[in-house]
Design a protein around this ligand. Structure first.
Ligand code: PLP
Length: 378
């Protein structure tokens, strides 16, 4: 049997002709950038997150960067301020802080959840620390009770990277994207809500911050040919917005199926060498963008599974602080590019994490085959 890591067939098939109809509607409208479909999807997705405003942008990285730049232009942050970011994340979270002219300060994860460890926030802070960018890694909501409390006690701004956590919630009114000043989403094709190309969104309850993101993403221009800021071109196109709008009503059921698969993995995998992620107290707070196990002999396990036709991936083999981009020492720069202490948990996770096949289209027989394969690993 061949089990792909992620298959889009099921997602696309279950929408029937809906995607084609959505495409046809945009084709007929002859309006391709930020038109009616984009506005409709911005409102629908912000509403889904329980937040008032949504601004469609080109991708998740731009959503992160523009959200932070908007906060700077509004005087809430200034260049060189430090932002606490998880050390264990996709590099985009960290790069966006750098791109906005801020200094990322890396915080160790909790070994069990792989998310930012709130007990490590205090010692990461300096007088220059002004914000936290929390990441709900693998689709699991971070420890928001502790993180929000810490942010509040220190007067730190709170931002979220929700690129892996569409729909995750602690309660109906506490959804990923609604915890801080603003949140960034990616609609990269393999995310839980994915476009057929690049896409992203900033959601926020702050109308003026949202407006600033809109302006920055459109050449710094709120009115045609009046450019007030050094903006960029990063807009969500009509076709992607229409396709995403078609997919949005299915997101909750796709996420439920992911949770079902996670439970089957958790109960079926009995090999003592393989550690499954613990179930969160609130089941809906994890949308399993990835199901990540830990194994000391990770590389051997991956090879073993590969030989049996089970495709797995590693998220992520090299943490951001060990990437060449951040190890070049540039003595000419007045500000450090990155600040961090020892990161033993992050570095050891990079050596033992393995992501199993996951997605709403994974069939029951495929799940059984993956479980049997894992249990046969000697
Ligand atoms: C995918 C991802 C991003 C970046 O999204 P793009 O749309 O690819 O730019 C940012 N942060 C995290 C955690 C991600 O998984």
């Amino acid at each position: 049997m061949k089990v792909p890591f992620y298959s889009l067939d099921y997602v696309n098939d279950s929408l029937g002709r809906g995607l084609q109809a959505a495409f046809g509607k945009v084709l007929d409208s002859n309006w391709f950038i930020r038109g009616a479909s984009c506005g409709e999807f911005e409102n629908a997705f912000a509403g889904y997150c329980g937040v008032r405003h949504g601004v469609g942008v080109g991708n998740g990285f731009d959503a992160l960067t523009l959200m932070l730049r908007a906060a700077i232009l509004q005087g809430l942050l200034k260049r060189g301020d430090e932002v606490l970011v998880p050390a264990n994340t996709f590099i985009a979270s960290v790069l966006a802080v750098t791109a906005a002219g801020l200094v990322p300060v890396l915080v160790e994860p909790d070994r069990a959840t792989c998310n930012m460890d709130p007990s490590k926030l205090e010692r990461a802070c300096s007088p220059r620390t002004k914000a936290i960018l929390v990441v709900h890694l693998y689709g699991r909501i971070a420890d928001m009770d502790a993180i929000c409390k810490f942010a509040q006690s220190r007067g730190l701004l709170l931002f979220e990277d929700c690129a892996q956590a569409h729909g995750a919630c602690l309660a109906d009114d506490r959804r990923a994207g609604s915890f801080g000043l603003a949140a960034a989403f990616s609609f990269y094709p393999t995310k839980n809500l994915g476009a057929l190309g690049d896409g992203g969104m900033v959601v926020s309850n702050d109308a003026s911050l949202a407006e600033m993101v809109r302006t920055l993403s459109n050449y710094g221009s709120a009115r045609k040919y009046e450019n007030c800021y050094l903006g960029v071109n990063s807009r969500l196109d009509e076709i992607q917005a229409a396709l995403l709008q078609e997919k949005l009503p299915h997101l909750d059921s796709w996420n439920s199926r992911r949770r079902e698969i996670a439970e089957r993995y958790r109960h079926g995998i009995t090999n003592p060498q393989i550690e499954c992620p613990q179930a969160p107290t609130v089941p809906e707070s994890h949308v399993y963008h990835l199901f990540v196990v830990q194994c000391k002999r990770r590389d051997e396990l991956q090879e073993f599974l590969n030989a049996r036709g089970v495709e797995t991936l590693v998220h992520y083999p090299v943490p951001p602080h060990l990437q060449q981009a951040y190890t070049e020492i540039r003595t000419t720069e007045p500000l450090p590019e990155l600040r961090h202490g020892e990161l033993p948990v992050t570095e050891s996770l990079a050596k033992c994490v393995l992501s199993l096949p996951m997605g709403p289209g994974l069939r029951d027989d495929e799940i059984s085959y993956v479980i049997d394969s894992l249990n046969e690993f000697a």
